[in-house]
Each structure stands twice: as C-alpha cells, then as structure tokens.
Design a protein around this ligand. Structure first.
Ligand code: ITT
Length: 193
C-alpha cells in the first residue's frame, strides 16, 4: 500500500521505509508534485508535525503523515529541541549544529540527552499523534559517518557507539523515529480491512 510522507529529508525516508518494510511504499511530496519547502514554524514538535502534515494534505488532498524530531539536552534546558534544524544557522548545517552543541556542553558533567519524534497522521479527516523517545548521552567528539544530523554525537543508553556508527537496522532497533513509526504502523494495520 502507498502512503504519503511529508518530508524532504532523504535520511528519514530511508529509516522509515526500513521500519515499514514491504507493507507500505512511501510517497514523497515531490512524487505528488509539491516541490516547495514545507513550512514548519511552530514552537513544539507536535505543532510542527501537525503543520507539515496539514500543509501537504491541503496541497494534495491526500492522507499523509509527517515527522518532527528534536534533540533535547538536559544540561541545556531541553535545547536545541524544536530548534534542532536551525540551532547554529538558518539552514540545515549539520556540522555547524554539532560544533555549537559541543561548545555549549564544554565542561558540562551532565551529558544526558534524548531524541524525541512526533508523528502526525492525517487519515480520513482525523489526526493522530505518535511519539517515540530514545534516551542517551552526548559524547565529546564526533564519531561515525552514517545517519545524519546529531547522530555522530549521540550514544543511546545500553550502547557504546553513536547512531552514526550504526547501520540503519541497528539505529532502527532503538531509535526515537523507529519507535514512533512502529506505533504508526500498528495503528495503520489496525485500520485496514
Ligand atoms: P523534514 O521537516 O523535511 O521532515 P528536517 O530535516 O527539517 O526534515 P526535522 O525538522 O524533524 O527534520 O529535524 C530537525 C533536525 O533534527 C534535523 O535537521 C537534524 O539536525 C535533527 N535530527 C532529526 N532527526 C534526527 C536523527 O534521527 N538523528 C540525528 N539528528 C536528527
């Protein structure tokens, strides 16, 4: 079955498709003729996920879902959180974001952090939200080249390597996004006739 995912992030597509497996084929905004950037300017992950899904639904008339994710660092009072994409600059500059995060944590003993994903599903005129969280810590230098964003700095609890040192399958075994997507998939299966 096809399902529309309101994202322009190719890494998210790969991760989510791997969790969904053969049961669903993801369709991108571009596949639906939507090539402009999808707005996200709300102050919460829930608000942004909802805004992205609603925008694409308005543009296409199709049921769809969107993912908004933030890295919440304890010693920084939950920052960068909803501002994770634009922490250091206006754009999605992963390297600059990681440098700023390390700078802001210099000398900090508490390195606790978590990734939180909120998925908004718009289906048949109804909206549902699904959340996924993974707890872990921020290490003091980047390690690994897989994944994206803050992955080279984040070691999930129970592991000694970063998300960027893991395959997609390994990351999906514990990640925030995979946890939210498994809840989404369970719901979608439950609504199938
Ligand atoms: P879409 O809105 O098009 O889905 P995006 O990259 O803008 O893609 P978000 O706003 O949800 O996605 O993500 C905010 C930032 O959080 C993102 O740019 C990354 O820096 C970071 N991020 C999100 N998911 C991540 C993950 O699984 N691993 C590491 N960093 C992640």
């Amino acid at each position: 079955m096809k399902i529309v995912f309101a994202t322009n992030n190719a890494h998210k597509l790969t991760e989510v498709q791997a969790v969904l497996g053969d049961a669903y084929t993801l369709v991108t905004p571009r596949d639906c003729g939507v090539t402009e950037e999808i707005p996200e300017d709300q102050e919460t992950l829930e608000g942004n996920a909802s805004q992205k899904a609603r925008y694409l639904h308005r543009r296409t008339g199709l049921d769809c879902f969107a993912d908004d994710t933030g890295l919440e660092v304890e010693a920084l009072g939950g920052a960068p959180g909803v501002h994770s994409a634009r922490y250091a600059t206006d754009g999605h500059d992963f390297a600059a974001n990681n440098r700023l995060l390390l700078k802001n944590l210099e000398g900090a003993e508490n390195r606790r952090a978590r990734f939180r994903t909120v998925i908004s599903l718009l289906q048949g005129g109804k909206e549902l939200l699904f959340e996924g969280i993974v707890e872990g810590r921020i290490i003091d230098r980047e390690a690994g080249h897989e994944g994206f964003g803050y992955d080279p700095l984040f070691v999930p609890d129970g592991y000694t390597k970063t998300f960027a040192e893991m395959t997609t399958e390994e990351k999906n075994a514990v990640s925030h996004r995979a946890r939210a997507v498994r809840k989404l998939a369970a719901y979608l299966h439950s609504t199938e006739r």
